[in-house]
Design a protein around this ligand. Structure first.
Ligand code: NAP
Length: 309
């Protein structure tokens, strides 16, 4: 049952699944401020009263439970799915969360006659079983497309911006703060196109506002392509840390992670699969962000002061 009906549905009601995470924290506010009634699917009720005070609807549910999504979709115009894991933990696998979770959302939408779905994918999603994060994102995209929903799919590069909890930039910042040297995995030449969270959120709002986005898969990047080492340098510059950089062979890092992985009390800061992903460039020559957001994109350089806290 929907707990509250506090938001005004000026532009329609959006069910935002994953609206309580890093991306969701910003996106739900921007969607509400853009005139949408935003309903959050929450796994735990602990923050519901705060969300409701802030003008959101809440409904209990879980992406692994299709019936709960069906219930949450009552009266909804558009479903936006942000849920995925970047790191497998317990039974929260890439297959279960990134693929099957999206299948559940799409099936629930189909069942309830909600035709419009906006899906968060990731840059690099593709038919690559050796990269299971990207592979399951790609499988989810295909399922949604084949189901005949009015879909829009977004594939961002790495996302940065305040509020990062164990995200790419903040995790690297933690290493730069604490380690006596700055470890660079491999040659440090893998390329990324970091895109600001506000810009990603604005692209999603454009998808809600503009039906011309239906049937499109958009790649999103920031204004600048940066190597892994460029990002580390910018983090060190922002933090005012002058430490030597040491290139670490990926095989050595894989070994360290293999030793930590099975230990119940030590959670490795990075998984073997994440290390593997660092081999892939994560940039696009078809960046849809400038057209979609309609304003200058925020570069990473000069805009990560939040890592100081
Ligand atoms: N961050 C990036 O750099 C980046 C780049 C490209 C694409 N993406 C994509 O962006 C999306 C959001 O990422 P994020 O960084 O915001 O992730 P996040 O901080 O881990 O947030 C995950 C969200 O999913 C929810 N969730 C997890 N398991 C769930 C379940 N079983 N049922 C219902 N909800 C569940 C979480 O709810 P709780 O609050 O209950 O935990 C939270 O709201 C993901 O699809 C990710 O692949 C991220």
């Amino acid at each position: 049952m929907v707990a509250t009906e506090t938001s005004k549905a000026g532009k329609g009601t959006v069910l935002l699944i994953g609206g309580t995470g890093y991306v969701g924290d910003v996106m739900r506010n921007r969607m509400r401020d853009a005139g949408y009634a935003v309903r959050l699917l929450t796994r735990s009720a602990s923050n519901n009263s705060r969300y409701e005070r802030e003008g959101f609807q809440t409904v209990a549910g879980d992406i692994t439970d299709t019936d709960s999504i069906v219930r949450a979709l009552s009266g909804v115009d558009t479903v936006v799915n942000l849920v995925a894991v970047i790191k497998e933990k317990g039974d929260a696998t890439f297959e279960k969360m990134n693929y099957q979770g999206s299948v559940n959302v799409a099936d629930a939408a189909r069942q309830t006659g909600v035709t419009r779905m906006v899906q968060m994918s990731a840059l690099g999603a593709g038919n690559m079983p050796e990269y299971p994060y990207h592979f399951n994102k790609w499988r989810a995209e295909n399922y949604i497309k084949d189901l005949g929903l009015e879909y829009t799919i977004f594939r961002p590069s790495i996302i940065f911006g305040p509020g990062e909890k164990a995200q790419f930039v903040s995790q690297l910042a933690d290493v730069v703060k604490m380690a006596p040297v700055i470890p660079v995995i491999g040659d440090g030449k893998s390329k990324f196109q970091p895109v600001h969270l506000n810009d990603v959120s604005d692209a999603f709002i454009k998808a809600l506002d503009d039906r011309a986005t239906i049937g499109q898969t958009y790649e999103l990047g920031g204004p600048e392509k940066m190597t892994y080492e460029d990002i580390l340098d910018e983090i060190a510059r922002t933090l005012g840390k002058k430490k030597p950089k040491i290139h670490m062979p990926p095989a050595l890092m894989q070994l360290a992670v293999s030793i930590m992985d099975p230990l119940p009390v030590i959670e490795a800061p990075v998984t073997k699969q994440q290390l593997n992903m660092l081999k892939l460039d994560n940039t696009t020559d078809h960046n849809a962000a400038p057209d979609l957001v309609g304003h200058e994109l925020t570069p990473l350089r000069g805009n990560i002061d939040y890592i100081k806290s």
